[in-house]
Write a protein that binds this ligand. Structure first.
Ligand code: SAH
Length: 396
């Protein structure tokens, strides 16, 4: 096994169990140069053993650490133990039900960097995001099949981060049955969703918002709501079930809006729901000109900042939509505003919303702070695992 020696002074994050070693922290490699995804030891500049992980030659993150115990090999048994523990955590949360859906394994936050496993009513959707996980695809599939006896396991490694890892996108059946195009799953609050594991966004659904939809729905009785970036209508369905009067749901994706209609039927939603295939930025401006007004507006945009260099531009985007939404709210109305850009801190996000409120000349109170659902835990040693932030605001 190769040994990666760190530059002097670069051991601190490793000692504190942060799971990433960046290329800039590495002084040299001893032993045979590691292959992609191979296990390596990491030592300090003075030669003290620190941790063990997997090598990547494609990413700036050269080593992802799996253990800080010198006696623990990084092998299939370790991956199995970590997956078992992750699933146990979800079980204790009461989030595992035969017809339900939740994130079973959340990569670094569950001690398995690069591996995401989502459960959808008997099927598993898997993302292998690093060279190490891609290399171990067969073993991971076997472990999951043995442990959970799912109907099928489907790979959804068709994501941008694979690119940065020097891996091509990959998707398809890894094991068992092909998931149906319209799989019905039950989410918290007994809300039913139609999920397409093979072609939907992410692994089919935005599971991280499952509980937040209920928190927002609590403000929707009798309300007219505008659900921006609605995807398959998670917030609209929750709002309708909580007694909303009418809803307008907006997304750029026609496919998502068609699934939204299935979802409405599945949940016996009878209130008027208008779906609009449009760019939210443009539509909000049009609504402002038309002087449309709403009682509740949800803003759940996609990730605007993928790199540090994009943060400034992202904040302008967040400010723009938040300002417009505030202008469309009736006095005393509710703005539920989210950011899933990990690089935009909650502090910065709140400042952006503050800037929007100033420009909109509205008085805004935060009535609740939201984050990703508990099946997306945040490991204290890996704060990067926290990415979703939301504010429910009263806008006067
Ligand atoms: N609120 C959803 C998840 C939203 S994900 C839920 O609860 O499940 C972000 C969505 O924004 C995606 O569906 C994507 O199609 C859509 N989108 C991205 N850019 C957009 C734009 N400029 N205008 C409208 N929709 C957009």
């Amino acid at each position: 096994m190769a040994t990666v020696t760190l530059q002097p002074g670069k051991e601190r994050p490793v000692v504190q169990h942060h799971p990433w070693v960046f290329s800039g922290a590495i002084a040299r490699i001893q032993g045979r140069f590691p292959e992609r995804g191979e296990v390596v030891d990491v030592q300090s500049a003075s030669g003290e053993w620190l941790a063990r992980g997997c090598w990547s030659d494609g990413s700036q993150i050269r080593v992802r650490l799996f253990t800080w115990n010198p006696h623990e090999p990084v092998d299939d048994a370790l991956i199995r133990r970590r997956i078992e523990r992750a699933i146990d955590g979800r079980r204790r949360l009461g989030m595992i039900a035969a017809d339900g859906a939740c994130r079973l394994v959340y990569a670094e936050s569950d001690g398995v960097p690069g591996l995401i496993v989502d459960y959808y009513a008997g099927f598993l959707a898997v993302q292998l995001l690093t060279q190490a996980m891609a290399l171990r695809s067969a073993a991971i599939t076997r472990i999951l099949a043995e442990m959970l006896a799912p109907r099928g396991i489907y790979e959804r490694s068709d994501v941008d981060v694979r690119d940065r890892e020097g891996l091509p996108p990959a998707s398809g059946v890894l094991w068992g049955e092909t998931p149906p195009e319209r799989l019905k799953v039950r989410l918290p609050g007994d809300l039913w969703h139609v999920v397409d594991l093979s072609a939907g966004q992410k692994t089919g659904a935005y599971l991280d918002q499952a509980f937040n939809r209920l928190r927002v729905a609590a403000h929707c009785a009798g309300a007219e709501i505008l659900d921006c970036f609605c995807y398959t209508g998670g917030f609209t369905i929750a709002a309708a079930r909580a007694g909303a009067r009418r809803a307008t749901a907006v997304d750029a994706s026609e496919t998502a809006l068609s699934a939204l209609h299935d979802g409405l039927a599945l949940n016996n939603v009878t209130i008027p729901v208008e779906t609009v295939a449009a760019d939210v930025f443009q539509l909000l401006r049009r609504y402002r000109e038309e002087q449309r007004r709403f009682d509740v507006i949800v803003l759940d945009p996609p990730k605007f900042a993928h790199t540090q260099a994009q943060v400034e531009r992202a904040t302008r985007g967040y400010k723009d939509i938040n300002l417009l939404a505030m202008q469309l709210l009736r006095s005393g109305g509710v703005l539920a505003t989210f950011s899933c850009s990990g690089l935009v801190s909650s502090d910065l996000f709140q400042k952006v919303v503050f800037g929007a409120a100033l420009d909109a000349r509205r008085e805004v109170q935060i009535i609740e702070r939201l984050t990703q659902s508990p099946d997306h835990p945040v490991l204290l040693t890996f704060p990067e695992g926290e990415y979703l932030k939301g504010l429910i605001c009263r806008v006067w």
